[in-house]
Design a protein around this ligand. Structure first.
Ligand code: 3HC
Ligand code: NAI
Length: 696
């Protein structure tokens, strides 16, 4: 099988990669490339070689579908292919369009010259897969892009438009159209003028100032990506490009690459890559489902969520009409949106012109009549079924046929909401996370009657606005919040057993969460949860089990906003300070229940909290609320700060071993009746632990 074609045009050999969708550098493509280069070299009717891909992709890099298979190391490996290009005696020109990433860019760096389309996207994103560029990218990119730029690109995986790289030696020419034609003309020119072959490996790097640049980058990385090893290995490899001869640097890069390839971190990050893509595919919704058109969006409620939700659409050029009951609420909402954009502008991320462009796409209304031409309405009003009923009845009345009616509810039953309309098939849940313009996760809640094309349209739209969509069935808390409840309860159990809130926070922060649950609580405010619990307790006093958080709130401690919560805070400072008052509250709570505190290790805290997520995740899977275990990982990674290098709770459990997870849960459950009630093991989890089959 060949993954490339060979043509000759005006004595120039044109080798075109043919491995859709993104010309991953498969074994077949690597082999075809070498065969064709040898053919061109041997043909006296050929003066030069142009290598190219498609309009979508020069190449997206190593074929990720080969990872974990012998194919990835089957000769010719990419390093060899690049050497073949470098050693050809005829000029090689890379014609770059679409994406030119990872191994794709490394391949292009093996050519003598590079001609790119202005909009081509160039980068070495291996670090995002827990890897480093392993085919010479760390040695060659600094030679053409400069140390600082190359270091940034390689350690962050940043992708840059060719236009922005036009002034570097990485690109010899940047064109607006017909990149292949331009590359052929360029090759002819090289031949006509007998220009020398320009091997990137032969360029010297000026070591002046390199130590300072490398040191500053190292400090930044050490303080940043907690627990991740790949970014620092990327830096080590780039450092070698400055201080080692080329061949030695290449060898060093290879060693580091192989270490990372077999690291749990890379396995986790590669899992995330495929999990994100799997999450957008719904088994009973065909890939070619005809989508509904969404050219105008209506948002009801201009509060915390409505404003952020609106921004997502304005950002990608979709007009939004925002509806409220009163003018002052609308004015406040619009002012908040503007302020957010202006803050982004102050950080240099958008221009003043873009702020105005986006604001110009926003209109407001106090009447549902303004919704007649809207294709999608998203409701973000108070979390109250009567209010939702009023809103959806109005939407049903005014919205055109075929429009989509969405709710951002976080706790209410979507099927009941859909029942307020005469068109439940058009109703869907779009559960954004706060702040809605920032958080990547979007839970798409599929009601019993939601139409397939409504679901398919929502997934595509989610990707368009930069979200990571995951489909959830209807249940209390959907996927993410339901798991969060279990996680928080597990933390509380560890506290009752003897751990302090700060020990629990620190243990989970060492595991990789940016913040432990009690610090998060203080940041978000403890009063909302307290109000919910009080309502529940009033409704069903018999069933209510008090928690330590109730006592914290009763003491007027609502978190950072009141200067005290699980910690205390000095005025104007967000640094948590351990407070003996809290220790006392916890002690009294334990005493009242006759609990003698014991030493709880950090490891036990982490196991309790993470296995609670896993157990609840398995129940969610079992009930069909999530379609796949990997969907659950995507929810927790993007909505709740689960550390990326651990791949999500379900992937992590798989790495620990399901047998070990279940064994630990059984031990926790044996401690008391209350623990036994909490740790009811998911039968699915138990079954898989027994059979050693992965949870899928
Ligand atoms: N190999 C094989 N398939 C790939 C691929 C690759 N490198 N990159 C993407 N694909 C597939 C995806 O799995 C997806 O398949 P599907 O349709 O069956 O789900 C399809 O291409 C389209 O991908 P996206 O949905 O992500 O499409 P986008 O247009 O949004 O993004 C992209 C395209 C920017 C190329 C993005 O897919 C991407 O970032 N890919 C990974 C790039 C990368 O990390 N390359 C480095 C690989 S490691 C390497 O090269 C090692 C070397 O240094 C030795
Ligand atoms: P909010 O109180 O900040 O905003 C609600 C807005 O809706 C207010 O501006 C109010 O004036 C308006 N409103 C109320 N009734 C209305 C009606 N009948 N017609 C038009 N406007 C009306 O509430 P928030 O936090 O934005 O929540 C909105 C929805 O989003 C709720 O369903 C909530 O459960 C959900 N949600 C909230 C999250 C959060 O973190 N705040 C996260 C995810 C979902």
């Amino acid at each position: 099988m060949s993954h490339a074609t060979y043509d000759i045009k005006d004595r120039i050999a044109l080798i075109t990669f043919q491995n859709p969708p993104v010309n991953g550098l498969s074994y077949a493509l690597r082999k075809s490339l070498v065969v064709f280069v040898d053919q061109a070299e041997a043909d006296s009717g050929v003066d030069a070689i142009v290598i190219t891909g498609s309009a979508r992709a020069f190449s997206g890099g190593a074929d990720v579908t080969e990872f974990g298979t012998p194919r990835v190391f089957q000769q010719p490996i990419l390093r060899v292919v690049i050497e073949v290009l470098e050693n050809v005696t005829k000029p090689v020109v890379a014609a770059i369009d679409g994406v030119c990433l990872g191994g794709g860019l490394e391949l292009a760096l093996g050519a003598d010259y590079r001609v790119a389309a202005a909009h081509a996207q160039i980068g070495l994103p291996e670090v995002k897969l827990g890897l480093l560029p392993g085919a010479g990218g760390t040695q060659r990119l600094p030679r053409v892009a400069g140390l600082e730029k190359a270091l940034h690109m390689i350690t962050t995986g940043q992708i840059i438009k060719a236009k922005a790289l036009a002034d570097t030696a990485l690109l010899d020419k940047v064109v607006e159209t017909d990149v292949v034609g331009a590359a052929i003309d360029f090759a002819k020119e090289v031949v006509a003028q007998k220009l020398p072959l320009k091997r990137v490996r032969d360029i010297d790097i000026n070591p002046e100032g390199a130590n300072e640049i490398l040191q500053a980058a190292r400090e930044k990385l050490q303080n940043g990506k907690k627990g991740q090893i790949a970014p620092l290995k990327c830096l080590d490899a780039v450092q070698a490009s400055v201080f080692m001869p080329f061949e030695e640097g290449l060898k060093y890069e290879r060693e580091l690459f192989l270490q990372l390839m077999s690291s749990p971190e890379s396995a986790a990050m590669r899992h995330i890559f495929s999990a994100e893509r799997a999450a957008t595919k719904i088994p009973d919704v065909p890939a070619d489902t005809l989508l509904r058109k969404v050219e105008k969006v209506g948002v009801i409620g201009a509060g915390t969520m409505g404003g952020g939700i609106s921004m997502n659409f304005l950002n990608v050029g979709i007009p939004v009409v925002l509806l409220e009951q009163k003018q002052d609420a609308l004015d406040r909402g619009v002012a908040t949106i503007r302020r957010n954009y202006e803050n982004t502008m102050k950080k240099g991320r958008i221009t003043a012109g873009q702020v105005e462009e986006r604001m110009a796409l926003l209109s407001t209304t106090l009447s549902y009549d303004g919704f007649a031409d809207v294709d999608l309405a998203i409701e973000a009003v108070f979390e109250n079924m009567d209010v939702k009923k009023a809103v959806f009845s109005e939407l049903d009345r005014v919205m055109k046929k075929g429009a989509i009616l969405a709710s951002n509810t976080s706790t209410l039953d979507l099927n009941v909401i859909a029942g307020f309309t005469s068109r439940p098939e058009d109703v869907i849940g779009l559960h954004f996370f706060s702040p809605a313009n920032v958080m990547k996760l979007l839970e798409i809640v599929r009601g019993d009657k939601t139409a397939k094309d409504v679901l398919a349209t929502s997934i595509v739209l989610a990707k368009k606005i930069g979200k990571k969509p995951v489909v959830s069935g209807v249940c209390d808390g959907f996927i993410g919040n339901r798991m969060l409840y279990a996680y928080r309860d597990a933390a509380d159990n560890a506290m009752l057993a003897g751990a302090s809130p700060s020990q629990i926070d620190k243990a989970l922060e060492s595991f990789g969460f940016a913040m432990g649950p009690y610090r998060v609580g203080d940041l978000a405010g403890l009063d909302i949860g307290w109000a919910v619990r009080k309502r529940r307790a009033e409704a069903n006093p018999e069933a209510y089990v008090p928690v330590v958080a109730d006592r914290i709130c009763e003491a007027g401690r609502f978190g950072q906003k009141t200067g005290a919560g699980w910690y205390k805070y000095e005025a104007g400072n967000r640094t948590p300070i351990v407070d003996p008052v809290v220790e006392n509250i916890v002690k009294e709570f334990r005493d009242a229940r006759g609990i003698t505190p014991r030493v709880v290790s950090d490891q036990e805290i982490v196991s309790r909290c993470i296995y609670a997520l896993v157990n609840e995740g398995a129940k969610i899977l079992e009930e069909g609320i999530a379609l796949r275990a990997s969907d659950i990982d995507i929810v927790y990674l993007n909505g709740y700060g689960f550390p990326a290098h651990r791949g999500g709770p379900m992937h992590y459990a798989q790495q620990v071993g399901l047998f070990n997870v279940v064994r630990a849960i059984k031990r926790f459950a044996a401690a008391s009746d209350a623990e036994a009630r909490f740790w009811q093991i998911s039968p699915l989890l138990e079954k898989h632990a027994e059979s050693n089959e992965p949870l899928k």
